[in-house]
Write a protein that binds this ligand. Sequence first.
Ligand code: SAM
Length: 233
Amino acid sequence: MKFRLKRQEIDKDLFIFCLNRIKQDKLVLPKAGKKIVQGMSAVLKDIEESGLPSYLRIKKLKGKLGYGVFLHPEAKPISRGALIAPYSGRVLLSPQYAGNDSDYAFALMSNLCLTREEQLKWDPSRRYHPRRLYSVDLDAHKKGNFTRFINHSETPNVEARFVKISSTSKDLPSAPFELIYVAKKMIRPGEQLLVCYEGEDKSYWGALKIKPFSMTPTTFMLDKSGEIVDLSE
Ligand SMILES: C[S@@+](CC[C@H](N)C(=O)[O-])C[C@H]1O[C@@H](n2cnc3c(N)ncnc32)[C@H](O)[C@@H]1O
């Protein structure tokens, strides 16, 4: 498994920029609960050792759907609220309307105006404009973990949460902001893990100019022999 980045990758200056914006905008991120923090240590170990937890499988789906992530048919159900994993990738700052055309990017912060110095630092090739809007994206295109293979649904069983991780363990550094995937409802053995890609701005599928394939967690099921059963037909 090629994608084994455990947590978000961010350079120091951008990290400080993000922290200042969170403070300035009085953005209060919810603190991840004890269950999530405990789950985090276990899943990070699995990512490091084998790419993903033993109870999950990555399988190729039909046509252009590419790969998807399934709960092993003989695994225990994943209960609502349980951590799936951090959505990892590179944190990048870019002009909002130039469009980040990566299929694997999440906007962590958007509609940001930058000072002249900040634009010079992060967008030196463009002439300074005080009202140009920027976004901070988490992009798993080149680097990420198995969560980058989780497909889209309007009726998802996984949700993305932007949280603060406070840890007392030296093996798990705290993070003042982190995007995590959590089970939105109980996930049963054999089901596909699915998340809704669209935020309030509904920009994901519009930008790709394609209509997503309509699927639920049980449209494709993983059977005991490791085959995908297609229940869409
Ligand atoms: C974050 S990736 C998900 C993993 C992807 N299937 C792969 O193999 O790399 C997002 C891309 O997967 C495909 N995809 C995910 N959900 C889809 C859906 N419901 N309908 C059509 N394509 C989907 C689209 O190509 C989308 O841009």
